[in-house]
Ligand binder design. Structure first.
Ligand code: GDP
Length: 297
């Protein structure tokens, strides 16, 4: 990578510090300026950065400057640990009911975030894990979305339930539930409509679907490339519809992925998976420690 890493930058800040004994507030402030810049460059939300940096500062001031560990590395270590803590420390799975019951997952997100693709990716994962998934096309506004779900479902060997464009999404969802129960499918994945921007009608429709289909998990799909915007999107979806978990797509792009940190900090909701490409196998577990390293660079 062409950029100087945060660790290198911090080594420079602390170059003349050896033998000083303890880190002073001024030392730590200088280092945290670099941390702040790195996080902002990674597109972490400004408010989140401020809060984060002050919590790191508290921990770093007064630390011994150990000979074995340079102060720069020590600050990087603290920053890393705090980030991992903030992102949830562990991987989180989608919560499923026992196999004998029907779990309904509702995929939500803005248009283009990767909802339809991710719905099919999840269906494939569940199938591989021994579940019997059913995909349902509840996006009645874009005929192409229904077709896309059908194509992807076929690739995954997962049935796609569709009623075309002339029924209300809540009614399609209800019919899909009945279909799943009749056919012994135990996870129903609802692909819903997104808009280019958040609007009230979309939120109302999602609430209606959620209630009609007794949704057990609402999964928000967010494009990591959108950075700051991802935070607003997450906050609004969580407030209006309620979100249980987040999937961050397009992390195969050149974004540092600061959105992961912001979303978790702002909504408190776990990141479940990350999308690493357009192929249906490109869905990976979210590892907070790997993400922290990626964001810090
Ligand atoms: P939707 O409108 O939210 O349903 O979004 P789509 O599923 O149609 O995805 C929009 C575009 O993003 C498509 O071209 C997908 O192939 C692409 N896409 C989805 N997830 C990923 C990902 O993780 N990485 C990359 N590179 N592209 C993705």
């Amino acid at each position: 990578m062409a950029f100087e890493s945060l660790a290198d930058k911090l080594q420079n800040v602390f170059r003349n510090l050896r033998g000083k004994g303890r880190l002073t507030e001024a030392d730590v402030k200088a280092a945290l300026k670099e941390v702040k810049m790195a996080l902002l460059e990674a597109d972490v939300n400004f408010k989140v950065v401020k809060q984060f940096v002050s919590s790191v500062q508290e921990r770093a001031v007064g630390q011994d400057v150990l000979n074995s560990l340079t102060p720069g590395q020590m600050v990087v270590k603290i920053v890393n640990e705090e980030m991992v803590k903030l992102m949830g420390s562990e991987t989180t799975e989608i919560a499923l009911k026992p196999a004998g019951e029907l779990t309904v997952l509702m995929m939500v997100g803005l248009q283009g975030a990767g909802k339809t693709t991710t719905a099919a990716k999840i269906a494939g994962k569940l199938k591989a894990a021994g579940r019997k998934p059913l995909l349902a096309a509840c996006d009645i506004y874009r005929p192409a979305a229904i077709k896309q779900l059908q194509v992807n479902g076929e690739k995954q060997g997962v049935e796609v339930f569709s009623m075309g464009e002339n029924h209300k999404p809540a009614d399609i969802a209800k019919a899909a539930m009945a279909h799943a129960r009749k056919n012994g499918q135990n996870v129903l994945i609802l692909d819903t409509a997104g808009r280019l921007q958040i609007d009230e009608a979309m939120m109302d429709e999602l609430v209606e679907v959620r209630e009609a289909a007794e949704v057990s998990q609402t999964i928000l799909v967010v494009d990591a490339m959108t950075g700051q915007e991802a935070v607003n999107v997450s906050r609004t979806f969580d407030e209006k519809v309620g979100v249980d978990g987040v999937i961050l797509t397009k992390l195969d792009g050149d974004t540092r992925g600061g959105a992961a940190l912001s979303i978790r900090a702002v909504t408190g909701k776990p990141i479940l998976y990350v999308g690493m490409g357009e192929k249906l196998s490109d869905l990976e577990q979210f590892y907070p420690d790997r993400m922290a390293s990626r964001i810090l660079g």
